[in-house]
Design a protein around this ligand. Structure first.
Ligand code: IPM
Ligand code: MG
Length: 354
C-alpha cells in the first residue's frame, strides 16, 4: 500500500533543505519505493496564508499521513505575533496533536567532520549518542502558565513542570527498547536534588527498568552535571533519557559536539502504528535563508529516520545515511562545515552517493 509523507517546509531555510529531502525521496520513488509526497504550509508560512501557524486541516493531514517531515519554523517576521499564534506555538501544537511524545535525537560525529567540532578529535571521533527527550509534557505544556500583573503593578510569570508516571514511563520505555539494539546503557537526567518532580522522574524510570528491563544498565545523573560531562567525556554516554526542557538544552549541547547542528536529524514518535514527526534539529536560520547555502544533510537524515521508523524501509534509511556520509567523504562541505558547497550542490553530492 502506498505510504504518505507530508512535507511541511516551513520558514527560513526550511523550504531550501526540504527541497533536497524531496529530491532524495523522489529518487527512491523512481527506484520503486511506494511513497506519495504531499506538502502543506506550516509555521510562519501558514500564518501568512491562513492567519494561524497550524490549521486544523494541516493537523488532520499530519495525523492521516504515515510520516511528517518538517523543515524549520519561525523568524523575525512573526516575532510580534501573540504568543499562542507564533510559529513555535504551531510546532508545539503539532507535536501535541500528533501525540509524538518521544523525541529521538542522535548526535553522531561523522569521522570526516571530527575536526569541525569545538572539542579535540579524540573526544568526538566516533561519538554516537542518542537522546530520547520527552516531547509533549513538562514545563513547555504544564498548567498553570502565563504572565499576570499583580495588584502592586509587578508582573508574575508562571510555567509549570508537571509529569505523571504514565508520561514518564512511556518515554522511558522507548529509551529502553532502543538501548537494547545499542549498548544497553541508558543514563537518565533530572534535578532530583531540588525538584520533587525530578526525584519522581528518577524513581519512575528506575521502577520500569526493574520491572521490565533487567537487562538494561540504567544510571541517573543530575542535569547540570550532565551538561558538564557532555563536554568532558561525551563518549561515556549511549542513550540519554531526559524530560522536555533538559532535553531541549542538552541535545543542542551534544549536537554541537558533532561539528554542526546542520548535520543532526530528529524523530518524534508516539505509540506504535501512529505517524512520526521528523525534523532537522537546526532552526530556520533567517540570517542565511534564501541564499542557497543551508546544509540540507539534517533534513535528508531526518528523511532517513522517517524511512526507518515510520515508512517501513530501514534498508533504504541505511542507504540514505551512507549517501550523506559518501558526500562528506567526497569533500562536499556547506559553509557551516567550513566549505563553500551550496545547498543544491550538497544535494547533488548526496544523490551521487545514493
Ligand atoms: C527544538 C526547538 C523547539 C523546542 C522550539 C522551536 C519550540 O528548540 O526542537 O528543540 O523547544 O522544542
Ligand atoms: Mg531546541
Amino acid at each position: 500500500m502506498t505510504k504518505t509523507l507530508l512535507l511541511l517546509p516551513g520558514d527560513g531555510i526550511g523550504p531550501e533543505v526540504s527541497a533536497i529531502a524531496r529530491r532524495v525521496a523522489g529518487r527512491l520513488i523512481n527506484e520503486g519505493l511506494d511513497l506519495a509526497v504531499e506538502e502543506a504550509a506550516f509555521g510562519g508560512a501558514s500564518i501568512d496564508a491562513h492567519g494561524v501557524p497550524l490549521t486544523d486541516e494541516t493537523l488532520a493531514r499530519a495525523k492521516a499521513a504515515d510520516a511528517v517531515l518538517m523543515g524549520a519554523v519561525g523568524g523575525p517576521k512573526w516575532a510580534d505575533q501573540p504568543y499562542d499564534k507564533r510559529p513555535e506555538a504551531g510546532l508545539l501544537a503539532l507535536r501535541a496533536g500528533m501525540n509524538v511524545y518521544a523525541n529521538l535525537r542522535p548526535a553522531r560525529c561523522f569521522s570526516a567532520l571530527a575536526d569541525a567540532s569545538s572539542l579535540k578529535r579524540v573526544f568526538v571521533d566516533g561519538l554516537d549518542l542518542l537522546f530520547v527527550r520527552e516531547l509533549t509534557g513538562g514545563v513547555y505544556f504544564g498548567e498553570p502558565r502565563g504572565v499576570e500583573t499583580l495588584p502592586d503593578g509587578q508582573r508574575r510569570g508562571v510555567n509549570t513542570h508537571v509529569y505523571t508516571t504514565g508520561e514518564i514511563q512511556r518515554v522511558a520505555r522507548v529509551a529502553f527498547e532502543l538501548a537494547r539494539s545499542r549498548t544497553g546503557h541508558v543514563c537518565s537526567a533530572e534535578k532530583g536534588n531540588v525538584m520533587e518532580a525530578g526525584l519522581m522522574w528518577r524513581e519512575d524510570v528506575q521502577a520500569l527498568r526493574d520491572a521490565e528491563y533487567p537487562d538494561i544498565k540504567l544510571s541517573h545523573m543530575l542535569a547540570d552535571n550532565m551538561a558538564m560531562q557532555l563536554v568532558k567525556n561525551p563518549k561515556q554516554f549511549d542513550v540519554i533519557l531526559t524530560d522536555n526542557l533538559f532535553g531541549d538544552i542538552l541535545s543542542d549541547e551534544a549536537g554541537m559536539l558533532t561539528g554542526s547542528l546542520g548535520m543532526l536529524p530528529s524523530a518524534a514518535i508516539g505509540d506504535p502504528g501512529t505517524p512520526g514527526l521528523y525534523e532537522p534539529i537546526h532552526g530556520s536560520a533567517p540570517d542565511i535563508a534564501g541564499r542557497g547555502v543551508a546544509n540540507p544533510c539534517a533534513a535528508v537524515l531526518s528523511l532517513a529516520m522517517a524511512l526507518r521508523y515510520s515508512l517501513g524501509a530501514p534498508p533504504l534509511a541505511g542507504k540514505v545515511e551512507a549517501a550523506v556520509e559518501a558526500a562528506l567523504d567526497a569533500g562536499a562541505r556547506t559553509p557551516d562545515l567550513g566549505g563553500t558547497t551550496t545547498t543544491a550542490a550538497m544535494g547533488d553530492a548526496i544523490l551521487a552517493g545514493l
